[in-house]
Design a protein around this ligand. Structure first.
Ligand SMILES: NC(=O)c1ccc[n+]([C@@H]2O[C@H](COP(=O)([O-])OP(=O)(O)OC[C@H]3O[C@@H](n4cnc5c(N)ncnc54)[C@H](O)[C@@H]3O)[C@@H](O)[C@H]2O)c1
Length: 257
């Protein structure tokens, strides 16, 4: 894809799951990867795996619920690479409980990562991107749950709906600086997050397939393809949008066999 080769690309939560898939695709397109994750060992393994593919990649440890750590990470990237070109806000968590049981501490814990970190990382990167002639591209990982609301995850659904609003809002402010910001909203991808839901008996994929027209789980590379497109110059006229990569789930009205 046009415009990825040689760019510096930060992927938060890039150690595993969807973030790892995105890192692999961006690396295959020739980006220099900075894998930011709270799990330093896993991030290092992923970076080493990328380096073995012949690309430049490094791991960076940060807890993205901490704004000071976000700012330090973005400063580090800019100072080392003399640019911050692509930011993928991907790290997120799920807490599955009825709304009536959700306490304030858990609500804040989830929102700090799924929403606040996206806002402050985008803001920190944009401060540098607006000084770059070519601007920059930000992609935030939302969820089909931003539109298809399911029970026992209300703060998660709300955080993801807010991400769609975040990209629309910041696109309006930052278009003038040639900074594009979009979202990708995945359906079900079999990562650790979804496996835990299946193991805990909260996710029943056979039941879910009745509202997912393609009737299968998605692969990380299918999400990564959309993310990479939005980060590339192929999408040079697109900003403020949310691209649903969900096997058709968000268009399905009633359960279908
Ligand atoms: N898996 C799905 O089906 C699915 C569907 C829709 C949206 N999503 C979204 O995709 C994103 C990635 O999900 P996934 O399924 O790959 O999750 P995952 O749990 O497999 O991976 C998340 C990564 O984020 C890291 N992380 C967690 N807390 C962190 C913190 N405080 N600071 C830094 N890193 C932290 C973890 O160490 C891990 O490497 C999330 O935003 C999630 O909401 C996932």
């Amino acid at each position: 894809m046009k415009g990825i080769l040689g760019k510096s690309a930060v992927v938060t939560g890039g150690a595993r799951g969807i973030g790892k898939g995105i890192s692999i695709r961006l690396a295959d397109e020739g980006a220099k990867l900075i894998i930011v994750d709270i799990d330093e060992d896993a991030a290092r393994c992923t970076a080493e795996e990328l380096c073995r593919r012949g690309v430049q990649a490094e791991a960076y440890k940060a807890d993205l619920r901490n704004i000071t750590e976000i700012d330090a990470m973005v400063d580090y990237v800019y100072n080392k690479y003399n640019s911050i070109d692509i930011l993928i806000n991907n790290a997120g968590i799920q807490i599955r409980e009825w709304a009536t049981d959700f306490d304030e501490e858990k609500f804040d814990f989830l929102m700090d990562l799924n929403l606040k970190a996206y806002y402050f990382a985008s803001r920190a990167a944009a401060k540098y991107m607006k000084t770059q002639e070519h601007g920059g591209a930000i992609v935030c990982i939302s969820s089909a749950n931003s539109k298809c609301y399911t029970s026992k995850r209300s703060p998660y659904n709300i955080s993801k709906a807010a991400v769609n609003g975040l990209v629309g809002t910041l696109a309006v402010e930052w278009g003038r600086f040639n900074i594009r910001i979009n979202a990708v909203a995945p359906g079900y991808v079999l990562t650790d997050m979804v496996q835990k839901g299946i193991n805990d008996g909260i996710i029943d994929m056979q039941a879910n397939f009745k509202v997912i027209p393609m009737k299968r789980l998605l692969r990380t590379d299918e999400i990564a393809g959309g993310v990479c497109f939005l980060a590339s110059d192929e999408a040079s006229g697109i900003t403020g949008q949310t691209l649903f990569i969900d096997g058709g789930w968000s268009n399905c009205g009633l359960p279908e066999d």
